[in-house]
Design a protein around this ligand. Sequence first.
Ligand code: NAD
Length: 295
Amino acid sequence: MATVAFIGLGNMGGPMALNLVKAGHTVKVFDLSQDAMHAVAEQGAIPCPSACGAAAGSEVVITMLPAGKHVKGLLLGEDGLLETVASDTLIIDSSTIDAGSAREVASAAKAKGLDFVDAPVSGGTAGAQAGTLTFICGGSDTAFERAKPILDAMGANIFHAGEAGAGQVAKICNNMLLSVLMAGTCEALQLGMDNGLDPKVLSEIMKVSSGGNWTLDKYNPCPGVMETVPASNGYQGGFMVDLMCKDLGLAMETATQSASSTPMGALATSLYRLHQGQGNGSRDFSSLFEQFTKK
Ligand code: NAD
């Protein structure tokens, strides 16, 4: 078992840190929010007065922060964690950030002789709580092999996508595709309903036909078709429109940097931003269905 510093104890980081505690690791935690720290300290994590304090004496440092600027702010620069940690520390960043920032941190870590893995996750808060997240990692073989047993305590699927930054690229490719599938599923279901079809019947047909996809199998956006999805619960819980917009922004940035053509992703980005601008940012992303319903 290892001593792990966990920085960033929000909706995802809090339950992830607790799964490390449950697995028997010693977990030293820090968050700017005292409430977030107390919540995990009550269940066995060790609260620390600063990120440096948590990292001191830890073999592994995990960060789970909102965006690239937070990750770079914490790790880089004269006062950054990379300057203070022991030379054999493994750094794992599980935040979803732009691949450029991930590569920047990776090369700064390499210059210090530190192993670094970008390890963004898929699976949402439910996966974080259940310890069933998918980790999509970028980094050297050595860094990945060191990270895997730690990530095993928090996830069900641990992938090595390639070199540093590859985890972030794979994650935003997946989420861009998901946004496109969701938008297409919403419009197909509404087209059927506008022409007299029952969405449950249409969903069953499309699920086993050539239009079948994950959103139809697991996350139907039409209220009442599936019982346990956000669509049947007022689009509460699940994966927020704000987070989908963030990930699509990262996908569009990456596409610009690599001069890639992503017309479907660009259209989905516009649709989700429109939806977000109409006050839906904190609702589940399947609420995009309402853009297609006739008022
Ligand atoms: P969150 O806003 O709930 O938590 C972020 C935490 O980081 C907060 O508690 C905040 O106080 C803390 N923080 C910020 N700067 C800090 C600093 N310098 N030092 C210490 N603590 C700091 O966010 P979240 O939902 O937990 O998401 C975290 C990351 O995971 C994001 O990059 C997000 O895109 C990604 N993600 C989220 C989900 C989801 O469903 N929530 C799913 C997959 C990936």
